[in-house]
Design a protein around this ligand. Structure first.
Ligand code: TPP
Ligand code: SF4
Ligand code: MG
Length: 302
């Protein structure tokens, strides 16, 4: 093929790409390394937005800082790239200021669970109606591969050159024990299942959490001599076990051990705003102004 023909094909592909309406194409190419898992999460998320016919005018995407936290910058919708560890705090403000918004946090394990861990547990405890997608690459990717609260025992990081000796969090267990209404874990290899999970959380009311295990090819894979990002995907293929409904206490991830994936929690309970409305109506009676839209079945509650 001549160079001109190649360019024409390239241009047509770019023009016809089905996700293009949802991407800020002026920012492409993105910053992520080859075979990094974050881009897959973006594609699956957009696919879920399309499949659920989510109103993009009401959709807000929030992140903190990190490689994963760059996601909102590429999405052509209201998106907020906030400060490190404060994505859920920011999302809480958005949701409470305008309960009609669909607020989705997409950020990294460091951002959400290390510096941002306190916001995470309290948003889950309150059952705040937001969706949290955590890309867990077992490391602080953007800042040079430091150890994270998700790093498996013995794994090598730039700050643990002799191996990690700290017990990591199991994110589904953490989310579930704090009160999350939806908890799932997939790897970036599970494209259709991850997309289905995003479909479900976009339709769910309440604190919904999806952990996506994704390769950091440049830092985690290389430092641990695990090959490329592609080698990690092969590893996920061979070592993921689908275990829907499995006991959340038994979802730890050991270094290069089997990874249990699936949907572990899917339940319905009143959200933070539902409870506040019911309680304040009880306390203040007719003097209370209902906050936000009434949920299905509660229209007559006041
Ligand atoms: C208050 C503050 N502390 C530390 C940093 C430096 N910092 C930026 S991103 C990051 C960690 C990113 O790790 P993670 O959230 O897992 O995202 P990843 O890059 O792995 O996707 C850190 C420590 C910062 N920007 N602000
Ligand atoms: S450093 Fe790691 S997490 Fe960041 S873009 Fe590269 S592969 Fe992805
Ligand atoms: Mg990370």
């Amino acid at each position: 093929m001549t160079k001109t023909a190649e360019k024409a094909v390239e241009e047509k592909l770019m023009k016809d790409h089905p996700l293009e309406p949802y991407l800020r194409m002026d920012r492409i190419p993105h910053i992520w390394c080859p075979t990094c898992g974050i881009g897959t999460v973006v594609s699956c998320f957009i696919q879920a937005v399309i499949e659920t016919a989510t109103d993009v005018d009401k959709l807000c995407i929030v992140s903190g800082i990190g490689c994963t936290a760059r996601v909102p910058g590429y999405l052509k919708m209201d998106s907020y790239h906030t400060t490190h560890g404060r994505s859920i705090a920011f999302a809480t403000g958005l949701k409470l200021a305008n309960p009609e918004l669909e607020v989705v946090v997409i950020s990294g394990d460091g951002d959400l669970i290390a510096i941002g861990g306190n916001h995470f547990i309290h948003a889950a405890r309150r059952n705040l109606d937001i969706k949290v997608i955590c890309v867990n690459n077992f490391i602080y990717g953007m800042t040079g591969g430091q150890v994270a609260p998700t790093t498996p025992l013995t794994a090598n990081c730039s700050t643990t050159p002799y191996g990690n000796s700290e017990t990591p969090f199991s994110l589904p267990y953490l989310a579930a024990s704090c009160g999350a209404t939806y908890v799932a874990r997939w790897t970036s290899l599970h494209i259709r299942r991850m997309t289905r999970a995003f479909n479900e959380v976009l339709r769910k009311r309440g604190f919904s959490f999806v952990e996506v295990i994704a390769p950091c090819s440049t830092l985690y894979a290389r430092r641990n001599k695990l090959g490329t990002g592609l080698s990690l995907l092969k590893y996920y293929h061979d070592n993921s076990e689908i275990a829907h409904g499995h006991d959340v206490k038994d979802l730890d991830i050991g270094y290069q051990e089997k990874i249990k994936v699936g949907k572990f929690i899917d339940e319905d309970k009143p959200t933070h705003i539902d409870r506040a409305n019911v309680w304040h109506t009880k306390v203040f009676g007719d003097r209370y102004n209902w906050y936000g839209p009434k949920p299905p079945g509660m229209e007559e509650a006041k």
